[in-house]
Design a protein around this ligand. Structure first.
Ligand SMILES: [Zn+2]
Length: 64
């Protein structure tokens, strides 16, 4: 597993999540923030063991 830090888009706390490196193409997961427990939609890609794409957002459409 690959540890990745991100800033929760809801509560703005720094959290660490674990990414599965076994899935090598456009993985999409939902992780609950460990601080506020709200769901974050995370997309990522690995090339071998290198993280080549990482993006995340709130799961609702109300980003603004
Ligand atoms: Zn949070």
């Amino acid at each position: 597993m690959y540890e990745k830090e991100l800033t929760c888009p809801y509560c703005l706390e720094a959290i660490t999540i674990l990414l599965d490196m076994g899935s090598d193409y456009n993985s999409e997961i939902i992780e609950d923030c460990e601080v506020c427990c709200r769901p974050i939609e995370i997309k990522y890609s690995f090339d071998e063991d290198e993280l080549i794409y990482f993006n995340y957002k709130k799961i609702e459409g109300n980003e603004f």
